[in-house]
Design a protein around this ligand. Structure first.
Ligand code: 1PR
Length: 590
């Protein structure tokens, strides 16, 4: 019987969903005693090494787990379930790992500007032939970049086991390069198989890997033959295998008939244009019906099958009247997570709320409900602007950078802080809804916003943040917001543009570069995609100009909605174009 060890550290729903999807049954480990009955064991550890190991020990799992592994029965670990096998981790000095494999887990080096966590799709390259490889591809070891879908897997982690040819010769199965670091992305030794990446979030390649492990009878004792000298494999190549991510976005709301639909706005106006004097105008006010582009899960499934690297659902009206547990978005997330095996982000309404019966819910509780339903990240909009305003209010006279706010201004109580504290920074995306504020000719920008002024040679403007889906503009600029929320713990920024939304004229490069220049977390460019070349443009690094500091790189991901909904451009066409431009992408159509 297959058992899944969930010691309560976080969301393991996706893994359970993928096992069921593959037609296998399993039981949850309920007590250390259960480990004696397991004939196969999956340990999908998530979160913090120290907490995971302490929790395993305090609940009495550590020794039975070691005994299980020593018994020779198949063991598969994922993420912390792999790291736990080693001796220790820099993440928790003094906490012992299970010590089944040699070496320590260390933190990625971020001193050279490398972003940590390592988040996204990267190559996992098999280094041995003849080993039990669970379908992991080997051709990358010697060949040049190929687009084999099975090479890319989804990673999200800040710590890794750096590959040491002397220590890991007999357990290394695949290696991955992030920046210039080469590390163990999966190990196999006898009955032990473990991956640093998340097969349950890695699309078809991940499901196939799980299927191969699940369908394998007994554990193998083969360790395989090295395809090249281990010392050679340890050398970084000129380029790592991290891909540019393409995100499909679904703006969801209920239409006038009360059905949950995917809609799409132009500059955030999601209603059809109605003729003056028409019936639609009379019934719905100044505009026509809410645009209906399809059913949320059906459309999301289409994007998953077409190779989207991530799917984002934004609840654009927050369904304010229903109780948290009755939110249509929660039910929708559960269904989506049961069928879509790439990362899911849910946004809209992630804030402190009160049910109609008066029951309050903190933003953390709301987020938890979505994580339990199967979300991997939550996206926060309006509440991020409010949290920024609190930091700005604490600044000294004449100071405008929220990073300079005294530490006492951080209450620890904002949704961003609490969710990032509980689930990690990578689980918190802040969605920014900026609007251009044009400057009158010859007039300077308000001093507080001078750093966000850009110009096209004719006109100059700054970017003001909005709340409530663009309905209210606040005295906060996009740089202030980006810097404040990253200080509070946001791990990624979704940079929309009300001006470019739905226009199909390309992303707002100046906006994206501005945010990029002043922050270090991954950025998702959004709004305005109309052609595959727009993606190539936004992913092409902008060189630093004189006097500029910070990152000269491009964004990590780009998001689009309208062109995909209307089938004007497919996700694969976008990726083909990026590939032609020499960029690393994951090509997978199911
Ligand atoms: O404030 O935390 O409840 O979050 C509300 C969320 O809903 C925010 O993420 C906000 O961006 C979003 N939202 C609110 N109103 C609208 C609207 O359109 N009326 N949609 C809205 C934002 C922007 C993008 C869009 C891209 C790509 N949508 O997500 O999909 O612009 O479009 P394109 O490729 O067709 O140009 P809170």
């Amino acid at each position: 019987m297959l058992y899944l060890l969930d010691y309560g550290a976080g969301n393991v729903r996706s893994l359970a969903n993928s096992i069921r999807k593959l037609g296998y049954d399993f039981k949850w480990v309920q007590s250390p005693e259960d480990l004696k009955h397991a004939t196969k064991l999956l340990f999908p550890g998530v979160g913090h090494f120290g907490q995971a190991l302490s929790s395993l020990r305090s609940q009495g799992y550590a020794e039975p787990l070691k005994e299980y592994i020593a018994s020779g029965k198949p063991y598969m670990g994922i993420c912390i379930g792999m790291q736990a096998l080693f001796e220790s981790s820099d993440e928790a000095p003094g906490v012992e790992g299970l010590g089944v494999l040699p070496g320590a887990v260390g933190k990625f080096d971020s001193s050279n500007g490398q972003k940590v966590p390592h988040m996204g799709w990267n190559r996992a390259t098999a280094v041995k032939a003849g080993a039990v490889r669970y379908g992991l591809a080997e051709d990358e070891v010697t060949g040049e970049s190929s687009s084999r879908s099975s090479d890319h897997f989804y990673f999200v982690h800040s710590h890794r086991v750096a590959f040491d040819p002397n220590l890991h010769e007999d357990c290394a199965l695949t290696l991955t390069q992030y920046g210039s670091e080469v590390y163990l992305s999966s190990v196999q030794k006898g009955n032990i198989f473990a991956t640093q990446f998340h097969p349950e979030k890695s699309g078809k390649a991940g499901l196939e890997l799980l299927r191969a492990w699940l369908s394998q009878g007994d554990a193998s004792s083969s360790t395989g033959k090295w395809l090249m000298e281990p010392s050679q494999a340890a050398k970084p190549r000129s380029k790592d295998g991290l891909t540019k991510r393409i995100v499909a976005c679904l703006d969801v709301r209920s239409n006038d008939q009360g059905d949950l639909v995917v809609t799409k706005g132009e500059s955030y106006d999601v209603r059809e244009k109605a003729e003056s004097g028409s019936a639609a105008k009379a019934t719905t006010g100044s505009n026509g019906e809410v645009r209906n582009l399809g059913k949320p899960v059906d459309l999301a499934m289409r994007y998953y099958l077409e190779g989207a690297d991530e799917v984002t659902f934004l609840n654009i009206t927050s369904f304010r009247s229903s109780a948290l547990q009755d939110q249509p978005m929660l039910a929708m997330t559960e269904i989506a997570a049961a069928t879509i095996f790439v990362p899911l982000t849910i946004g809209g309404g992630i804030k402190d709320t009160v049910d109609p019966d008066g029951t309050p819910h903190s933003a953390l509780e709301v987020a938890e409900a979505y994580f339990r339903a199967g979300a991997d990240k939550v996206s926060i909009g309006s509440e991020a602007v409010t949290a920024t305003e609190t930091l700005l209010a604490a600044l000294a006279e004449g100071e405008f950078d929220p990073v300079k706010a005294p530490a006492s201004a951080l209450t620890g109580q904002t949704g961003i802080e609490r969710i990032a504290g509980a689930y990690g920074n990578q689980a918190v995306v802040v969605s920014i809804d900026p609007r251009r504020v044009y400057l009158e000719e010859g007039k300077p920008a308000p001093p507080a916003h001078a750093w966000s002024v850009v110009s096209d040679g004719e006109r100059s403007w700054w970017y003001a943040c909005t709340i409530k889906g663009g309905r209210e503009t606040r005295d906060v600029d996009v740089v202030q917001l980006a810097r404040a929320v990253t200080r509070l713990g946001a791990g990624e920024l979704l940079v929309n543009s009300i001006d470019a939304d739905g226009q199909g004229k390309g992303f707002d490069r100046q906006l994206v570069d501005l945010v990029r220049r002043y922050t270090t977390v991954p950025v998702i460019a959004s709004s305005g995609a109309g052609h595959p070349s727009h993606f190539t443009e936004i992913f092409t690094p902008k060189p630093l100009q004189a006097g500029e500091s910070g990152q000269g790189s491009s964004v990590e991901a780009a998001l689009a909605a309208g062109i995909f909904h209307r089938k004007e451009v497919s996700i694969d066409e976008v990726k083909a174009e990026l590939e032609k431009a020499g960029m690393e992408v994951r090509r997978e159509t199911l």
